[in-house]
Design a protein around this ligand. Structure first.
Ligand code: ADP
Ligand code: MG
Length: 918
């Protein structure tokens, strides 16, 4: 009550904002006579002048009034459209990074030109985002003459476009495209192995048209790029044969091919084992005669072999895993719990699957994915426009930090919105719908019938055909063709049946759209020029009469055959009528058999219905019912919001990780010389290894030098006689050994550089790093997917699945880093080079074959309602709160032995990690 009163006295925030914007509108209007007096050339010269002033440090805000005045004048000259005052306000709202709610037909396409022009002056590129390719091309096509006049270039991104053309389009001052294309390009750019293959520049400013469709309706599912990357189901099966052909060593020093270090959970191939394995692989046709397992081209093979050996020797059924319904389910080593959904990484899981003869998963691997929420938050400044934002203003604010400003219409709204009519059965409802359409048809009024699904469109179409009423049906399948039909939906007695998606963004002009029809006539090659001229002028001459007839018949009438789950979509449908002060009307028809009523308002509504007891064919109109239905819509909206929030909350975890990986990857991609980075990785990994087997500040009795030597030889091909060093000098400690090892590694490395050249080596290093990051990141993404899918199956007593997800994701990410460093170091130190060896070409990262982009449509209301989801709490997870100290573990009833691997997942022994005694 009080807030209502306060609003009346002081005006709402919206009113206050509008008042401020109006002041600037006056300024722009005051500039008009002066700007109007400029010649075309003088007007054009304004763009370089503004650019210069920006370069001199002037802010965009201070240039805004002049720039808007220039853009308006140029538009008047080039397009014949002068921005209305309310359109200037819309432009300012967009420039301020907010959402402009402007009704359908208010000319948002033109509104966008103002902030787009202003912000493009910075030279950083402005993106205009539309809901489909057709609209992207159309809007860019309409506005290009204006931008070109002002000295700016325009590009369009559409699907199936080659990278080169994309690059050109992104390098333009202004780029039009769909949300999917922008998002997928971002993901693809972070998969390239050469920085010149990137297509996008940085993400500065975006204007999102129909922002509610894009940031809300389409935001329920993420964008995914998937592919059948290094997915070698067969290779796993073939390699699975190899361990059986090799001989296990009885003792660490004994005869045989490999030693299983149970304590360190490692398998180490002996020198003989290498040769033997190479022989076996050559016999199987996997390795070329005389080829080495260590050569850069055989990285994957080596990787698979080690995974198979580990699967066969270190992972035991019913101890480390169980088989359930043909799937390998990991058993938590510490608690014995089944870790449903979790997978071992680095191909180990597949190797175990191969060993057990169960189906090897991962046909389609996620290579990259992002939600729209997280993509659009990457822009320095984001703005949007739509006819219907107000009902979702809270979500825009809370998720994107976007404020919604409602902008008044240019002319007063004339549309009549009638009350809903509710029928007992769907049959009665559709009867009434057909009667209403027939009445419109008879008096010459055009009518647009909205449905919530293609099935319902087809149903209505059948009924109309039976009634002998001619009509068009649009299903949002062919955007371009449907836009043509919708453009004519305002002609006398025209009947158009459409799902809410169909013909979006196309204006319905009462009396028909002359421009569209003229374009079609001009494009018709069967007509002579004279015939074209004749037809077009008769069109133009008849339009006035046609237009007047439709106005007299009451303008466009909208019929909703069902209420959508979201009030916003209903408003979109209504908004098609009554544009720019046109007359028009709307009415929704409902029945108690509609899903919305069935699922939500049924019992109470049924009681009301019984009290009112209408006869067959008689509708009820009752405020109580209307309120109940709105309540039901709010409920579904709330659920959908929760769902989007949940998608986002899960993606947020991946998002933070994605940023780190993409950043790191970019550094490698753009750095001329990655030698220093490569060296630090090698040195770090070697030092870590020394710490495991020769912990600092420990006595010689606690060291395990033979294992250290074996690890160095096996993983890194470093032959170091550490036992010899210690015999010569028994004062050597952890630090000294590290230094000597690092020296040796770098010396051997330098020798290889000597042989192949620095540039060659640097290229090799870059490729190894990219390859290792990419393959590990993919593995990680897949593991995260499985984790997310499986997390709610876990029977964690009293545990919150999202917390668990965050906790495990954090551990997995730590492991991912360790894995990346380890594999990179291993590959870099063990690579064999020969003179004139072109190691770069051999190790060229492989492009995943057949990349596929997926953005699945939003689920239907039935899906949403039928889904029983666990309510998930939302507190953030603090990884530092993870306590792996002996006390904390004991408190949880966990008993970790000092030689066991640390439960934090570092891969080190517990006594050398969190279990270290102070
Ligand atoms: P919206 O996207 O807001 O629904 P559109 O951008 O499709 O509206 O524009 C609707 C129609 O209004 C278009 O035919 C457009 O050419 C016309 N229009 C927009 N602004 C103006 C203007 N200032 N003067 C004249 N016509 C305009
Ligand atoms: Mg539009």
């Amino acid at each position: 009550m009080l807030t209502n009163l306060a609003k009346k006295v002081f005006g709402s925030r919206n009113d206050r904002l509008l008042k401020q914007y109006r002041k600037t509108v006056s300024k722009i209007n005051d500039l008009e006579p002066k700007i109007k007096a400029l010649s075309d050339d003088e007007l054009k010269a304004k763009t370089p002048e503004f650019k210069q002033r920006i370069a001199n440090g002037e802010s965009l805000d201070s240039i805004l009034p002049e720039a808007f005045a220039v853009c308006r004048e140029a538009s008047r000259r080039v397009l014949g459209m002068r921005h209305f005052d309310v359109q200037l306000i819309g432009g300012m709202v967009l420039h301020n990074g907010k959402i402009a709610e402007m009704r359908t037909g208010e000319g948002k396409t033109l509104v966008a030109t103002l902030p787009v022009y202003l912000n493009a002056l910075t030279g950083r590129g402005v993106h205009v985002v539309t809901v489909n390719d057709y609209l992207a091309s159309r809007d860019a096509g309409i506005m290009e003459p204006l931008y070109n006049f002002l000295g700016l270039t325009v590009g369009v991104i559409v699907s199936d476009m080659q990278p080169f053309f994309r690059q050109t389009a992104y390098n333009s001052d202004i780029t039009y495209g769909t949300n999917n294309e922008f998002g997928f390009d971002y993901l693809r750019d972070n998969m390239v192995t050469d920085q010149y293959d990137k297509v996008q520049r940085d993400l500065a400013f975006a204007v999102v048209d129909e922002v509610d469709s894009i940031l809300i309706d389409e935001a329920r599912t993420p964008l995914i790029i998937s592919g059948q990357a290094d997915d070698n189901v067969q290779l796993y099966q073939v390699i699975d044969q190899v361990p059986g052909k090799l001989h296990r060593q009885e003792t660490e020093e004994g005869e045989g091919d490999y030693w299983v270090d149970e304590k360190a959970h490692q398998v180490i191939l002996s020198e003989a084992g290498h040769e033997h394995a190479e022989q076996v692989l050559t016999d199987m046709g996997l390795l070329q005669e005389g080829d080495s397992l260590y050569s850069a081209g055989n990285i994957m093979l080596m990787h698979h072999l080690m995974a198979a050996l580990r699967a066969h020797t270190l992972f035991h059924k019913d101890q480390h895993y169980v088989i359930q319904d043909g799937e390998i389910v990991i058993v938590d080593e510490f608690t014995g719990r089944l870790m449903a959904g979790r997978r071992w990484s680095e191909g180990l899981h597949q190797a175990v699957e191969a060993k057990e003869g169960v189906e090897i998963k991962r046909e389609n691997q996620t290579l990259a994915s992002i939600t729209f929420q997280n993509y659009f938050r990457l822009y320095d400044k984001l703005s949007g426009m739509t006819g219907t934002a107000d009902t979702e203003a809270f979500e825009f604010q809370s998720i994107y930090g976007l404020e919604t400003v409602i902008i008044p219409t240019n002319r007063p709204m004339q549309r009549k919105d009638y009350n809903d009519q509710i029928f007992r059965t769907a049959e009665e409802k559709y009867e009434a719908v057909v009667n209403d359409i027939q009445a419109c048809f008879d008096k010459g009024q055009p009518v647009l019938v909205g449905t919530t699904s293609i099935e319902n469109s087809e149903l209505v179409s059948r009924l109309l055909t039976e009634a002998g009423l001619p009509h068009n049906v649009l299903n949002a399948k062919e955007h371009e063709r449907e836009a043509l039909i919708v453009a004519q939906a305002g002609k006398t007695s025209m009947i158009t049946v459409a799902t809410n998606m169909a013909g979006r963004g196309t204006d319905i002009v009462l009396g028909g759209n002359v421009k569209h029809l003229s374009d079609a006539i001009m494009a018709d090659e069967t007509l002579s020029d004279e015939e074209k001229q004749a037809r077009i002028s008769s069109l133009e001459n008849n339009w006035e009469t046609e237009h007047r007839r439709v106005l007299e018949a009451g303008g466009l009438h909208i019929i909703g055959t069902e209420r959508h789950e979201s009030r916003r979509i209903d408003n979109q449908l209504r908004g098609r009528a009554g544009r720019q002060g046109d007359p028009g009307s709307s009415r929704f028809y409902l029945s108690f058999e509609d899903p919305l009523l069935r699922l939500f308002a049924l019992d109470r509504a049924a009681a009301i219905l019984n009290r009112l007891a209408p006869e067959r064919g008689v509708a009820i109109e009752h405020s109580l019912l209307t309120r109940q239905i709105e309540g039901a819509q709010r409920k579904v909206e709330g659920r959908n919001f929760d769902m989007r929030k949940q998608v986002l909350e899960y993606d947020d975890v991946a998002n933070d990780q994605r940023k780190v990986i993409y950043h790191y990857r970019n550094e490698i991609l753009t750095n001329k010389d990655v030698g220093d980075l490569a060296q630090s990785i090698r040195d770090e990994v070697v030092a870590d290894l020394v710490n495991i087997y020769m912990p600092p500040d420990t006595m010689e009795e606690e060291w395990d030098i033979p294992s250290l030597e074996a690890q160095l030889a096996g993983e890194f091909r470093i032959q170091a006689d550490i036992q010899g060093w210690l015999k010569q000098d028994n004062t050597l400690d952890n630090q000294d050994v590290k230094e000597r090892l690092v020296q040796q590694v770098e010396k051997e490395y330098a020798a290889k550089v000597e042989l192949v050249g620095k540039q060659n080596m640097s290229g090799f290093e870059r490729n190894v790093l990219l390859q290792v990051i990419d393959s590990n990141w993919r593995e990680h993404l897949a593991a995260m997917d499985y984790l997310r899918q499986g997390i709610h199956l876990r029977s964690y007593a009293q545990k919150n699945p999202k917390q668990e997800y965050k906790r495990e994701a954090f551990i997995m990410f730590e492991n991912l880093w360790a894995g990346i460093k380890q594999s990179a170091a291993s590959l870099m130190t063990s690579v064999e080079v020969e003179q004139s060896d072109n190691i770069v070409a051999e190790s060229e990262p492989q492009e995943p074959a057949m990349m596929q982009t997926i953005h699945s449509g939003a689920p239907t209301m039935e899906d949403v309602l039928g889904e029983s989801r666990q309510e998930l709490a939302t507190e953030a997870f603090d990884p530092t709160g993870n306590d792996f100290s002996p006390e904390a573990l004991a408190a949880q009833g966990l008993n970790v032995h000092r030689n066991d691997p640390c439960p934090c997942g570092s891969g080190k022994k517990y006594k050398h990690c969190h279990g270290k005694l102070n």
